[in-house]
Ligand binder design. Sequence first.
Ligand code: BTN
Length: 249
Amino acid sequence: MTAVSRLVGRAVRALDTVESTQAVLARLAREGAPEGTVVTARHQTGGRGRRGRLWWDEPGQSLLMSVLLRPSTPTAHAPQLSLVAGLAVAGALGPAAGVAARIRWPNDVLIGGRKVCGVLPEAVSSADGRVGHLLLGIGINVDESEFPEDLRDHATSLRMETGVSHDQDRLLAALLAALDRRYAEWLAGGFARLREEWRRLASTLGERVRTPDGREGLAVDVDDDGALLVDAGEGALTRLVAGTRVLAP
Ligand code: BTN
């Protein structure tokens, strides 16, 4: 497949306060918005996190965005886009913000072990088992100087890491360019093409992780599909596949 350039961010809708950029973009997608459409917001009143959690933000301090993708691939490949997004964000934050960002499988972006960015992929399947469209929600803590108590030990912001505030328009431009490039590479060669670079920015490999069924093991690698390979001491490696929330059409 030929790589498509400058697809991501071809149309950007910058909104002030919304419940969730995912909900706004879901509506636009149903109305036929083209692939690469982006919705940003200054504040979300019901920001969605993974596993049904809320995503907190301080108005004006975070980069909150959703990106519409329409890859013509089987739904089973959708989780790979989580890792593609993590790679794009971590890779862009280095040069754009002067930080050493790392990826915690599948797609949390960390600085010094604390989370600076979360990614939420939400897919709508078509009747033939392919991805109808996918909403890639990305939240980056940019200028927060403190977090609510329950997040304090695990979260960080670009400002807390660098001591300076960051231009959100510049960051957004860098992120959209990185997402555009990584998505084009993924379309052309799948996660296999990005695997080596993902590995280089990964914090998870070599760490102890817990599997969904409660076992502990050592994260040894990711495979060509982006699955995490865990050595739980049982001979064969356990293969963990990233979750993608599936929305009703
Ligand atoms: C996570 O829990 O790690 C994922 C968080 C994703 C948050 C972003 S903020 C922009 C977009 N809109 C949402 O409602 N959620 C995502």
